[in-house]
Every structure is written in structure tokens, then in C-alpha cells.
Design a protein around this ligand. Structure first.
Ligand SMILES: Cc1cc2nc3c(=O)[nH]c(=O)nc-3n(C[C@H](O)[C@H](O)[C@H](O)COP(=O)(O)OP(=O)(O)OC[C@H]3O[C@@H](n4cnc5c(N)ncnc54)[C@H](O)[C@@H]3O)c2cc1C
Length: 507
């Protein structure tokens, strides 16, 4: 029996996959599609992470989909609300019915002769392996491994008598009330988790090797509160959304152009939040510039309030070894603990770990160049969704979904069966795909595609510029090679001159 075929196969039912399905349905209504999801639930990140206090660290007006307004004034939302929002969106658009749960894509082979992908899928519920085919593969698998977080080697860890938990694997039955907890890490997860743990723990110590930039933002958006009761959602939502897009870009731009002033400003804001004489130089003065790494956001300064209240202390030091009762530091100090939480990061993986093969040759992702941050050089009919590092993820993933729909529309209009980004004769100097210096990014970047120094081999970290580019961009591009399968009709509108029989860069 021939394997099931769909026009577009979306992989992943997180915020990107659900958004991509909604866009596809809206903009390419004739296309058949399915969504493969390795887990048993919608939501991706927002279903997986269950640690106390899990919440967004970018505002919901930009983390939500432009086609489904985030109502209410709460800018920072808890994980459960975000998960419900994604689920409700899927249901409202009827794309929930297209999701095949417990279906993990493991490998995909492109055949130019057949103009289709043949994919291998493992079913987590039955253990079966099945095959499907599709005309276009759209990977919305996020950027990190679900089965494993990152934990560095800690000397003596096996000796420790207390509980050790990685936030990625936190479950509701983990008790922490009345415990002395050490949280290792200084990133977004640590600063989210710590104030929540401090509400019930005996004491929480944040143990960091080096400080991060931490900024406090209002949990409730002041503009949303102002206009929410006055303007209808269709006016209020885009207004607040664009205010937040522009504010984030302004802060980012200012940080890059005037790092010294930005450092000073952040320091002043922190000084105001912490008790007089607090050692900011040791604990809150990073060695890198603002936005060399992702900034940590805390709503209404909850993290600083917990420090000021004496429920949280910060220790900047290195671990020498774990002992039976806690941690010995390189300075010689010791930290007693009943529980250690390793907020030490994610293990990044591109394309959900799927192996790609094009016409019999395995694709080495590290050797490919990303076209507009969404397709791979030399890989036909395939796109991947990747958000911004300096703004809400969904701004980037929704733009990608719209670009994919535009390319699919263009292919349909001219009966192209294959679209492949090609560098041609151009020499593109490869640079790291994600422009952040964080350890977890640097550790993984050789496995990710590269990008070039400029358009279209680079997607600039600016939503406004990318929106403008999408509007100007007609769906083809000299760097996109469009071809037709032998014998496919070239149905072109009569007002356009005939395209070459098999290859056309830009009609
Ligand atoms: C704790 C935490 C907080 C964050 N907070 C923010 C924030 O506030 N703002 C922000 O912009 N970003 C934030 N991020 C980044 C976040 O991951 C993105 O916002 C966004 O949720 C990514 O959505 P996604 O759908 O692309 O990927 P994911 O949410 O990772 O979903 C990917 C889905 O694909 C499935 N999948 C993966 N591989 C396969 C496969 N081979 N076959 C089938 N299915 C597969 C997974 O099971 C998963 O359901 C945060 C990340 C973390 C970990």
C-alpha cells in the first residue's frame, strides 16, 4: 500500500507548529496537511516545563499570534495560561484534529525525481514505525532536546544525600516546602524559579559562576491597562503589540550602540530594588555587554524583592565538590542544602534531531546556510521555524509561516514542484546561526546551519525590518531555484512571458 501523502507535513505542535497550521489553513486553503507531534500533548515548551513559577519572560502581546489577540492586561503569563492559549487556538482553528500525537519524525529523504519527501515516523504509543510522503516539510520542532537537559559534570555529585532536580524534569509531586534549596544557574530559568521556590522553602540560594543582566518589567502592561477598557480588542491589541515590538527593538538597539550607558542604566534600576550597600559588583555586574547574551526579565522585580526580604541569597563562586550535605565552593565556603536544582540550561538540537537526506546524500546541517533564517541551502521544499533571540519567539515563527505560505502560493501559481535555496556563485562567509555568546549556544552551534553576513542569507534580528522585507518580497528570489518535475504543466498567467521549461529563478 502506498504511504499516506500530504501536501505539507508540519513537525511539532508547540506554539510554532500550531501557528504554522493556522496560517497554512488561512493562506493556502487547498493544501492537505498533518502535524506530527512526538509527545502526547499540544504546547511544546509550555506543556513540558512544570517547575514552580514557570512563566513567559517576554510579553504576551508579542508572544501571542497576531491572528489571535492576547486579551487582558497581563503581560507576563504563567506556563499553564500559555499552554491553554495554544490549545484553544488550535481548537478554534480546527487544526487540533490534524495533530498525530506520539508520532516522532526520525528521518526524511527527498527525491527530486518524485518531487516529494519520504519520511520515517516512530510511534511512541504503539512502537510501530510508519512511512509517509509529503510535498513540503515544515519543521516546527523548537531548538532543544526534550529528553535531556544540560547538566555539567559536578565533582562528588553522587555523594550528595539530598534531592537533585533539573527544572526540565520537575513534576508536581516534588516537595520543597521548608527545605534549604540551592539553585545552580543565573539564567532565565533560575530567576523565574527562585522567587516561586522562596515562597515555601526555608531558604533559597542562587549559586552562579558569573552574573547575568536582569531587568524588571511590569507584569501588567500599562498601555494595555489604559486602552483595554476603552478600545475594542481589534484596536487595543495591535497597539500594545506594536508598542512592545518597538520598545524591545529600541532597548536592543540602544544596548548594542551604547553598551556603557545601558550597563549604567541597568545598574541604577537594580540599585533601587536592593537594600543599600548590596554587593552589586560581585553579583549583578556581568563580564559581557548587554544583549551579548539573552537578558533575564523579572516581573515587578519579584526576584529582587525576594532577596530584599532575606528569603533568597546570591552566591557568586565555583563549585569545588558536592559533599553529603551540600556544596563546597572554590572559595572554601560551604552551602548546606536539602535540595539542589540544576538550572544549568538546555541541550540544543536543530530540527528535532531529524536526519535529512537529499537525493541519496545525507545533509550535514553544519555545512548548510540558512536562507532568511528558515530554509537550508541545497535542501528542497523544506523550511524550519526559528524565533528571535532578542524578541518574542512567535514574532519570528509567525513571519516564517507567512513566508512559507507565500512560497507555496508562488509554486502553485507557476506549477513549480521544487524550491531550493542556492548560493550560486556568491561567496557567503558563514557566521554562527544564533548571535549570542551564551555557553549553551556556543556548545551547539557547530551542529546548526550557518548564516551569512547579509540578506537573504541572514535574517536580521529586527521584526520591523523583516516585516518590511516580507511585504516587498514577491515569493521568489534569485537565491531560490524553482523547478518543475519533468512533464509538469507550466500554467502561467498569459500576461507573463513563458518561463524556461525546467528552471526559473524569478518570473
Ligand atoms: C523555560 C522556557 C521559557 C521560555 N520563555 C520564553 C518567553 O517568554 N518568550 C519567548 O519568546 N521564548 C521563550 N522561550 C523559548 C520557547 O521555547 C519559545 O518561546 C517557543 O515556545 C518555542 O516554540 P516552538 O513551537 O517553536 O518549539 P517547542 O515549544 O519546543 O515545541 C516543539 C514541539 O515539537 C515537538 N517535536 C520536536 N521534535 C520532534 C520530532 N522529531 N517529531 C515530532 N515532534 C517533535 C516537541 O515534542 C514539541 O511539542 C522559553 C523557553 C523555555 C525553555
Amino acid at each position: 500500500m502506498a504511504p499516506e501523502h500530504v501536501d505539507v507535513l508540519i513537525v511539532g505542535a508547540g506554539i510554532s507548529g500550531v501557528g504554522a497550521a493556522c496560517r497554512l489553513q488561512e493562506r493556502c486553503p487547498g493544501k492537505s496537511f498533518a502535524i506530527l507531534e512526538a509527545r502526547g500533548a499540544i504546547g511544546g515548551t509550555w506543556d513540558l516545563f512544570r517547575f514552580p513559577g514557570i512563566r513567559s519572560d517576554s510579553d504576551m502581546f508579542t508572544l501571542s499570534y497576531p491572528f489571535r489577540p492576547w486579551t487582558g492586561a497581563q503581560a507576563i503569563a504563567d506556563g499553564w495560561s500559555i499552554r491553554s492559549y495554544i490549545e484553544e487556538t488550535a481548537r478554534a482553528h480546527g487544526v487540533d484534529e490534524r495533530i498525530r500525537f506520539h508520532h516522532r519524525l526520525v528521518a526524511a529523504q527527498w527525491s527530486s525525481e518524485e518531487s516529494r519527501w519520504r519520511v520515517e515516523v516512530e510511534r511512541g504509543d504503539t512502537g510501530e514505525t510508519l512511512e509517509m510522503t509529503c510535498g513540503f516539510l515544515f519543521s516546527c520542532t523548537g531548538y532543544y532536546r526534550y529528553d535531556q537537559g544540560y547538566t555539567p559534570e559536578f565533582d562528588g555529585l553522587e555523594r550528595f544525600g539530598g534531592e537533585v532536580v533539573h527544572p526540565q524534569f520537575w513534576t508536581d509531586d516534588i516537595g520543597y516546602g521548608g527545605k534549604r534549596i540551592v539553585v545552580i544557574g543565573s539564567g532565565a530559568t533560575a530567576v523565574t524559579l527562585i522567587p516561586a521556590l522562596a515562597l515555601r522553602a526555608a531558604h533559597v540560594t542562587m549559586l552562579q559562576r558569573s552574573p547575568s543582566y536582569i531587568i524588571s518589567l511590569p507584569a501588567v502592561d500599562p498601555l494595555a491597562r489604559l486602552v483595554g477598557g476603552v478600545l475594542p480588542t481589534r484596536l487595543a491589541y495591535p497597539l500594545v503589540r506594536w508598542k512592545n515590538v518597538l520598545l524591545a527593538l529600541t532597548v536592543y538597539g540602544f544596548s548594542r550602540r551604547r553598551p556603557a550607558q545601558m550597563r549604567m542604566l541597568i545598574r541604577k534600576l537594580i540599585e533601587r530594588r536592593l537594600p543599600a550597600g548590596y554587593d552589586i559588583d560581585t553579583h549583578f555586574k556581568p563580564s559581557y555587554e548587554p544583549w551579548d547574551q539573552r537578558m533575564c526579565i523579572v516581573p515587578d522585580g519579584d526576584f529582587f524583592d525576594a532577596i530584599s526580604a532575606g528569603r533568597v541569597s546570591v552566591v557568586t563562586d565555583r563549585i569545588a565538590t558536592f559533599t553529603e550535605t551540600g556544596i563546597e565552593l572554590e572559595s572554601g565556603a560551604t552551602l548546606d542544602a536539602d535540595m539542589v536544582v540544576t538550572a544549568t540550561g538546555l541541550e540544543l538540537v536543530p530540527l528535532g534531531g531529524v536526519g535529512l537526506n537529499v537525493d541519496g546524500g545525507d545533509v550535514d546541517l553544519g555545512e548548510t546556510l540558512a536562507y532568511r533564517g528558515m530554509m537550508l541551502s541545497g535542501v528542497p521544499n523544506m523550511a524550519f521555524s526559528f524565533g528571535y533571540a532578542n524578541q518574542s519567539w512567535t514574532l519570528g515563527s509567525d513571519l516564517t509561516a507567512r513566508e512559507v505560505c507565500r512560497i507555496l502560493g508562488h509554486m502553485d501559481r507557476y506549477r513549480y514542484t521544487q524550491c531550493t535555496p542556492r548560493t550560486g556563485d556568491a561567496t557567503v562567509t558563514p557566521v554562527q546561526f544564533v548571535d549570542l555568546s551564551s555557553g549553551y549556544v556556543r556548545r551547539a552551534m557547530d551542529r546548526f546551519p550557518k548564516q551569512g553576513a547579509q540578506d537573504p542569507w541572514r535574517r536580521v534580528q529586527s521584526y520591523t525590518q523583516n516585516v518590511r522585507a516580507l511585504r516587498r518580497h514577491p515569493g521568489d528570489d534569485p537565491e531560490l531555484e524553482f523547478t518543475r518535475a519533468a512533464g509538469a504543466p507550466a500554467a502561467r498567467p498569459s500576461y507573463l512571458s513563458a518561463a524556461p521549461a525546467s528552471t526559473s529563478p524569478a518570473p
